[in-house]
Write a protein that binds this ligand. Structure first.
Ligand SMILES: Cc1cc2nc3c(=O)[nH]c(=O)nc-3n(C[C@H](O)[C@H](O)[C@H](O)COP(=O)(O)OP(=O)(O)OC[C@H]3O[C@@H](n4cnc5c(N)ncnc54)[C@H](O)[C@@H]3O)c2cc1C
Length: 263
């Protein structure tokens, strides 16, 4: 849907499911255009879960969206200087490629949670209805959709946008596509106070992103603010292999994952 067609909607109320990056940017643009909008979000509040790591926001798309949303200044205040650096190392730590941050901000890295916060604070509070997990949609005869949420509440809407992520409940209205496991999963790990406690790791990761990849396994690490390193530990294993690990027991899970990197 283009901005022009949105304007043609003649100020009809727009319902968005999902307050992730997509839903929030759209809601902000509609709000600036004076088009009434409500987002229904499954999570109970902004603080419900850690929002994950860094997003690189490119000039060719994400930065344009934030410009249209009138949030370029706020976005720029989140950029961690030096964070665009990329490094590739082999499994012994030998640096194969070292690409420093050139300072041009072509694809700066920002924390997803911080970006979400600036989007959230750019909208009136009542635009987002928290704790509204969509569980069922029914298309009614007059082109309306009836949405049922996990708390039993219901709404009816004509203009519905599914921004509810990979496992979207809205997508089946338009497409039979369903998410499939591609064969690789990542386990997230964090190291804190790295300059004092994990200096070797801090040095090999550098100021930005570090990729240590070998066939079927690897690390993608990011230097985050507050002296933190956030790593995606990736393994090519079946879903059932991962399902057998009890991630509630982080010590045990750590031992099992680390064993895959023996040597
Ligand atoms: C490890 C990783 C790294 C990535 N790195 C980058 C990157 O560097 N740069 C980049 O541009 N992209 C990156 N991406 C992709 C990016 O995260 C996605 O493209 C983006 O999050 C999609 O935004 P979205 O708003 O469509 O969905 P999401 O961000 O997934 O948001 C969906 C929202 O919908 C809510 N929701 C879900 N189900 C329901 C329901 N039934 N009812 C109500 N609400 C619901 C969720 O709680 C969530 O708030 C990365 C993805 C991953 C997994």
């Amino acid at each position: 849907m283009t901005i022009e067609t949105i304007s043609e909607l003649n100020k009809s109320h727009v319902t968005i499911v999902g307050a992730g990056m997509g839903g929030l940017v759209l809601a902000r643009v509609l709000y600036l255009k004076g088009i009434p909008v409500t987002i229904y979000e499954a999570e109970a509040s902004t603080a419900s879960r850690k929002q994950g790591g860094k997003l690189d926001i490119h000039e060719r798309d994400g930065q344009i969206a934030l410009e249209i949303a009138g949030l370029t200044t706020e976005f720029k205040s989140l950029i961690q200087e030096g964070g665009e650096a990329s490094r590739v190392v082999d499994q012994y730590g030998t640096i194969l490629l070292d690409d420093p941050d050139d300072g041009t901000h072509g694809r700066p890295e920002v924390l997803r949670g911080d970006l979400r916060d600036i989007l959230l604070s750019s909208l009136p509070e009542d635009v987002i209805q928290w704790n509204k997990k969509l569980t069922h949609i029914q298309t009614l005869s007059d082109n309306q959709h009836q949405l049922t949420f996990s708390d039993g509440s219901m709404i009816t809407t004509r203009i519905l946008v599914g921004a509810d992520g990979a496992f979207s409940k809205v997508r089946p209205l338009l497409s039979e596509a369903t998410p499939d496991y591609v064969g690789i999963a990542s386990v997230e790990t964090y190291l804190y106070d790295v300059e004092a406690k994990h200096l070797d790791t801090a040095n090999i990761v550098g100021d930005g992103a570090m990729y240590a990849l070998s066939p079927g396994k690897g690390f993608q690490a990011h230097r985050e603010p507050n002296n933190t390193i956030h790593t995606y530990v990736s393994l090519k294993r079946s879903k059932s292999w991962f399902d057998k690990i009890n991630f509630e027991d982080s010590e045990q899970a750590l031992t099992q994952i680390a064993a895959e990197f023996e040597g």
